[in-house]
Design a protein around this ligand. Structure first.
Ligand code: ADP
Length: 500
């Protein structure tokens, strides 16, 4: 079903969605698979109702998926040219768009997010991402190298490098942008010629399962993309599987560290995109008309469930009172309600567990002495938490140091550039940051001092497929997106040729 206009509420749940929800299945080796150990439940965050029952993968299922991925690697997929891979990827992007409304509704139902976000980001930007990465499949290249080897005397040498697919990729994804995160990993892996076993988050496995069906429909050989579903134990079984050659993970820093330790035990390459606690630094000379997008996109996009969310606002003293009053007005007027109504900008959080985590972080902030500025109430049904802004959070407090991953931000005044850079960097994370100022000299002076993988100027929280994305410090290892994304999935082989 063709995708609806971003700001249009669906007239009802699409028939294809209701049909899919009846019996979602894993896809292993191109075939639908029920799993052997039963099913787990996926809930609709908007009202807590049961949405679907999804197969729980066993270790044997993980084995099967890795074996299927390896067989595809050694079989038809491994033989395929870059141009043929491009063609299949472009077909997949078209199918994602063609089934766009179904995927968007499925995403909003399992995750709770706005249907507008599901349409624009999960579906349309995922299709665009696949098309971008598809182009790289025909542009993989090595180098020819001058070498100085002189043994035995009289022998000449020349050398070149080949870029070869690393092999079977284990991709483990989080629940905040389920389809988009799956695509961020699958698309460069496929462009590089790898095969994939994807393990989506247990809260939001549905769009990944549907994606795997579309991969099959696009005509990819069996086993190129496999999806196994279940909790962290399934992810852990995949990570330690000897048939997996590369691990790519997006999720919490704690889980990322555990995965990194296992990867190092097995000496496997690993890419980690982890947590964040992004600073947004608002200078006296900023355009105050930008406070709307700063708040709506920078902080509260996806109800604050983004790893780059501007969770720590620093506002220069000269505009402090005015900016805080404006921010309070904006945030308290953000409509809150189910994601199926695109007018709602604050939606339910993904799960009851996460609702509890965010509520506890707010309570902890108050008991640590921070002052809440808003008194909005959340709907009682569904996993809602009303947005909250805090003043007076101590620099070492949990609110300033730990990722809340919800509609919560701290506000801190500052006077000088040096003072605010020290505060902005005073955290173990370093994923995103933003500087808001009209003074290009100030901005260019400060960019090198900010410890973050992405620094936005007069905007925040907007990634792009052509812009490397990843973390400094404990926010991760490696970069996704851009031409460099393919290197995550390629090995370099030096070939040294002797001749006389
Ligand atoms: P959260 O705590 O917000 O659920 P996680 O980082 O734990 O975030 O989860 C992100 C993804 O990592 C999910 O797909 C989850 O099932 C998976 N996961 C959790 N624990 C592990 C683990 N030990 N090994 C591999 N994957 C895991």
């Amino acid at each position: 079903m063709r995708i609806g206009a971003p700001d249009q509420a669906p007239s009802g749940i699409a028939a294809e969605v209701s049909y899919f929800l009846k019996a979602p299945k894993m896809i292993i080796g191109g075939a639908a698979h029920d799993g052997e150990t039963g099913r787990f439940e996926v809930f609709n965050p908007a009202d807590g109702s049961l949405l679907a029952q999804v197969p729980e993968a066993s270790e044997a299922d993980v084995d099967r998926a890795v074996a299927a991925a390896r067989a595809a690697m050694e079989g038809p997929w491994g033989e395929m040219s870059g141009a043929a891979r491009t063609g299949l990827m472009l077909k997949l992007a078209d199918l994602i768009e063609a089934q766009g409304e179904e995927l968007a509704q499925l995403e909003t139902l399992e995750n709770g997010k706005s249907i507008m976000m599901s349409r624009l980001i999960e579906v349309l930007s995922s299709a665009e991402y696949i098309r971008y990465m598809a182009g790289w499949a025909t542009k993989i290249r090595g180098e020819t190298l001058d070498v100085s080897i002189a043994i035995p005397p009289g022998t000449k040498y020349t050398a070149f490098t080949r870029k070869e697919p690393v092999g079977v990729v284990a991709a483990i994804t989080p629940w905040n942008f389920p389809l988009n995160m799956a695509v961020w990993k699958i698309a460069p892996a496929l462009a590089a010629g790898c095969t994939v076993v994807l393990k989506p988050a247990e809260e939001t496995p549905l769009t990944s399962l549907r994606l795997a069906e579309l991969v099959r429909e696009a005509g990819f050989p069996d086993g190129v993309v496999n999806v196994v579903t279940g909790g962290g134990a399934v992810g852990a079984a995949l990570v330690r599987h000897p048939g997996v050659s590369k691990i790519t993970f997006t999720g919490s820093t704690e889980t990322g560290k555990a995965i990194g330790v296992q990867a190092m035990k097995d000496v496997k390459p690993v890419t980690l995109e982890l947590g964040g606690k992004a600073p947004m630094v608002l200078f006296d000379d900023m355009d105050l008309g930008l406070l709307g997008p700063a708040t709506g996109i920078g902080i509260f996009l996806n109800t604050g469930q983004t790893c780059c969310a501007g969770a720590r606002l620093f506002i220069q003293r000269g505009i402090y009172d005015e900016a805080v009053a404006t921010l309070k007005g904006i945030v308290s007027s953000l409509p809150m309600g189910p994601g199926m109504d695109p007018a709602n900008q604050i939606n339910p959080l993904v799960s009851a567990k996460h609702q509890d985590h965010v509520s506890r972080a707010i309570a902890q902030g108050i008991s640590d002495g921070a002052t809440p500025l808003l008194d909005g109430a959340a709907p009682e049904t569904g996993y809602y938490v009303a947005p909250q802004l805090f003043e007076g959070a101590g620099p070492g407090s949990a609110l300033m140091q730990d990722e809340v991953f919800g509609p919560v931000a701290t506000i801190t005044p500052f006077d000088s550039e040096d003072e605010v850079i020290a505060m902005a960097n005073d955290v173990r994370y370093g994923l995103g940051a933003s500087l808001w100022s009209r003074d290009i000299n100030r901005v260019m002076r400060l960019v090198p001092k900010v410890q973050a993988g992405t620094v936005w100027i007069n905007s925040h929280n907007i990634p792009d497929q052509n812009m490397p994305f990843g973390g400094f410090k404990q926010s991760g290892l490696g970069r996704e997106h851009g031409s460099g994304a393919l290197d995550n999935y390629l090995e370099t082989k030096s070939v040294c040729v002797a001749y006389s």
